[in-house]
Design a protein around this ligand. Structure first.
Ligand SMILES: Cc1cc2nc3c(=O)[nH]c(=O)nc-3n(C[C@H](O)[C@H](O)[C@H](O)COP(=O)(O)OP(=O)(O)OC[C@H]3O[C@@H](n4cnc5c(N)ncnc54)[C@H](O)[C@@H]3O)c2cc1C
Length: 737
């Protein structure tokens, strides 16, 4: 641990600045990323903010102003952030954190601007993840912004999966887009006729190419694939009418209709010909999984940026609320503090802030993890290929042994000599990271956007009537609505929950989860003020409940933890997200505490900032614990049928006359009897005799412990509120209203 003790009671004087954020989110050593943040910020708070202030969101048409914004992204280097240096980019290696940071900065001002910049990357992602070498080179080079002196416009892309109802939505298997063989001359490349209608396709007003998911409509093509369409292809490239969106209006969205003839070399990832049939190397599902796995993380960060961006405008509004009124003289509490005199206003802002910190910590942790995972994935594929294993079930089977070794590693004591061997095992490292990524990616998308949208409503409400006007500084009402789109696109909440219900029960993930619970207890013993103990108790309760529900049945003998039973599985997934967000938030604050002193700027006032951020952690951990306790209790007890007075069970109840008799030999028994029937058979006014539940005593013990663990959390919130009431903010917001 660093030199600054959390217990040192200093107060945070200014809002956490870039130096602090770089340490929290772990890019203090990455100058390339710091540059990207600065340039994305300058476009966001310049061009983008001016467009929003000028009312460009009031039209769903694609305007010259919006087109100019895309060019501003090119000039600022945001477009090039996706490319390798040899493709015209400036960041070498994995770019998940880079793109996440750019999306965060843009969404700080406007979600639609962030989406517009990310949509081209989404279109390129199928090619980047699974494309052939030629495809990658062609499209990434075309999409790279021009170098100085080069006279060309970069190509923009669109990604077309979603189709008009009743096809693709949550269920991406239901494709109506089709490909058939148009022409296939002997010994030559086949040509395909592609028919695809899209619904809600981003960037469509100006896309030069589209990566579209289609299925086969021809016995000579196997299964499904993603195919690249270009605007110059033979046939019809109809961009359709713009969608009348209520959100993200700075991006272009529409329902295109494509009917195009393209060479089979446009199948993403290539194909082979087997017995006269074109067999794509990757089906559309495999490609989409690889793409969304990464691109959903920046979406989650877009919503968390909104929450953190609300802090400064709300503080300013609250403080200035009564200035200028008679009787509110400079220097008076009313003048200086405004609505911040009131505890509830401060506490609610602390809640918004804490949720924003937790969501951002979770999202950036996910982005960083994918940066670590990307190269590992490539090595893993190569390693397995050497052993003759390639993709699909064979790969899952081959990794089983590594999974067992990973679980074993997590069960070993610190001093166990076997640790070194397992830690050095590449595949063990891979399966551990993969299991974590499989959970924290959907968790980021689900919790950041879903809970984030709820918390944006809170932020808007703190501004009163102003909050729901166009004049509101920080465009908070726009952000509230925009958050709902972020919860919907790239797979709405049900998709994320469904994925979590599978990945969160993996043996490797659960072994990590147990280790993380122990880790939180360890942190708690050194840093009790972070709420780590509260969180550990809630994690323990979640795990207990999962185990219980995996064995438990309903009164009809139906399994409770079952894919069809979303009432159980989805609720547990929701609870897990709260816990994870809180965990990564705490880990980030420890990082700041340990390394803040290394940077001269971050070191200034560090103790106060660490104290404040720890108090936010504690506040958030208490909320996470509350949610977990509520959800788990409902699941553990809610599937037991409540006893009724008419049941046989009530025969175990005492009668009033019996109790009077027993009282003579067992004085005091009356006080313990809760379900007493009168001699005429009438019963107390309640649903039935009190229910009991098998296994409940252990759950109640955990719940009792958890309640005790909340000690101190409101004191932390009070302290955070006090800081919020005093912290200095700039004179004016650095982008227009
Ligand atoms: C502005 C905008 C931009 C977009 N950009 C693109 C783009 O560039 N490319 C693209 O391909 N798509 C894009 N989309 C489409 C977007 O990805 C879909 O709208 C989204 O995936 C949801 O699909 P849906 O609208 O069909 O909702 P539905 O599938 O109809 O879902 C409706 C509701 O039912 C729930 N639900 C559905 N199925 C289940 C289930 N099995 N279990 C439980 N609940 C369920 C959902 O969670 C949701 O709450 C965009 C959408 C918008 C609005």
């Amino acid at each position: 641990m660093g030199s600054v003790a959390v217990s040192e009671s200093k107060t945070m004087l200014t809002l956490p600045g870039d130096a602090v954020r770089q340490i929290l989110w772990r890019f203090a050593g990455r100058f390339d990323l710091q540059m990207l943040v600065q340039s994305a910020r300058s476009v966001a708070r310049g061009t983008v903010a001016r467009l929003v202030a000028a009312g460009e969101r009031n039209t769903h048409e694609w305007t010259p102003g919006k087109a100019g914004m895309m060019e501003a992204f090119d000039r600022a280097g945001v477009t090039a952030a996706f490319m390798e240096p040899e493709e015209g980019g400036f960041i070498a290696g994995p770019k998940n954190l880079a793109l996440a940071l750019a999306a965060f900065e843009l969404a700080w001002v406007d979600g639609g601007a962030a989406t517009a910049s990310m949509a081209s990357f989404l279109a390129l992602s199928p090619i980047h993840e699974r494309g052939t070498h030629d495809q990658v080179t062609r499209y990434k080079t075309l999409a790279a912004p021009p170098q100085p002196g080069e006279d060309r416009r970069p190509w923009r892309g669109a990604f077309a999966l979603t189709e008009p109802i009743p096809y693709v939505g949550v269920d991406t298997g239901m494709l109506s887009g089709k490909a058939r063989v148009a022409e296939w001359k002997d010994g030559q490349e086949p040509w395909l006729q592609v028919e695809k209608r899209g619904r809600f396709i981003t960037n469509i007003a100006f896309a030069n190419f589209v990566t579209a998911a289609v299925g086969s409509d021809d016995p000579r093509i196997k299964g499904t694939c993603v195919v690249i369409l270009e605007e110059g292809d033979e046939g019809s490239f109809d961009r359709g009418t713009p969608t009348k969106k209520l959100v993200h209006q700075l991006s272009s969205t529409g329902d295109p209709i494509f009917s195009l003839k393209v060479p089979a070399s446009r199948i993403v990832g290539g194909y082979t010909v087997k017995d006269g049939v074109i067999v794509p190397n990757y089906n559309h599902g495999e490609i989409i999984e690889a793409v969304f796995r990464r691109t959903r993380v920046p979406v989650g960060l877009m919503t968390s940026a909104k929450l953190l961006s609300a802090v400064e405008p709300v503080i300013r509004y609250q403080r200035e609320r009564f200035r200028g009124a008679e009787g509110s003289k400079p220097g008076s509490v009313r003048y200086e503090q405004g609505i911040q005199q009131r505890e509830d206003a401060l506490h609610r802002l602390v809640d918004v802030w804490a949720a924003g910190e937790a969501a951002t910590s979770l999202g950036f942790a996910a982005a960083r993890l994918f940066d670590e995972l990307d190269p590992l994935e490539k090595v893993k594929t190569a390693l397995l290929k050497e052993r003759g294993v390639q993709g699909g079930r064979a790969e899952l089977k081959a990794l089983k042994e590594s999974e067992q070794r990973a679980v074993e590693l997590l069960s070993l004591r610190e001093d166990d000599p076997r640790r070194a061997e397992l830690e050095a095992d590449f595949l063990v490292d891979y399966v551990l990271k993969d299991a974590e990524a499989n959970v924290i990616c959907p968790a980021t998308k689900l919790w950041n956007t879903g809970h984030g949208a709820n918390m944006m409503r809170e932020a808007v409400s703190l501004m009163g009537g102003y909050g729901i006007t166009e004049d509101c500084p920080g465009f908070l009402a726009n952000k509230w609505m925009d958050a709902q789109l972020e919860a919907t696109y790239e797979g709405p909440e049900a998709v994320q929950r469904r994925q979590l219900t599978v990945t969160m029960i993996s043996e490797v993930f659960l072994a990590q989860f147990r280790a993380w619970t122990a880790q939180m207890r360890g942190i708690a013993s050194l840093r009790p003020g972070t709420g780590a103990c509260t969180l550990a108790s809630a994690m323990q309760m979640w795990h207990w409940t999962l185990n219980h529900l995996q064995k438990a049945t309903d009164p009809d003998g139906g399994k409770l933890y079952h894919g069809q039973r979303q009432g159980v599985t989805f609720a547990l997934a929701d609870a897990l997200c709260w816990l994870l967000a809180s965990r990564y938030q705490i880990l980030d604050v420890l990082e700041l505490e340990a390394h803040g002193g290394d940077d001269a700027v971050a070191a200034e006032g560090l103790a106060g900032i660490v104290q404040f951020l720890s108090d936010l952690c504690h506040t958030q951990a208490a909320q996470a614990a509350g949610e977990t306790s509520r959800i788990c209790a409902e699941l553990v007890f809610g599937y037991n049928r409540h006893p009724a007075w008419a049941d046989e069970a009530h025969q175990g109840c005492f009668l009033t006359s019996e109790l009077e008799e027993y009282e003579e030999t067992m004085p005091g028994i009356t006080a313990f009897a809760v379900d007493v029937l009168k001699d005429d058979g009438s019963h107390p006014p309640k649903a039935g005799p009190c229910a009991s539940c098998s296994g409940a005593s252990e759950f109640l013990r955990l719940q009792n412990k958890l309640a005790n663990c909340l000690s101190g959390s409101r004191l932390a919130k009070d302290r955070a509120a006090e800081t919020v009431s005093k912290v200095m903010i700039p004179e004016a917001l650095d982008y227009p209203a």
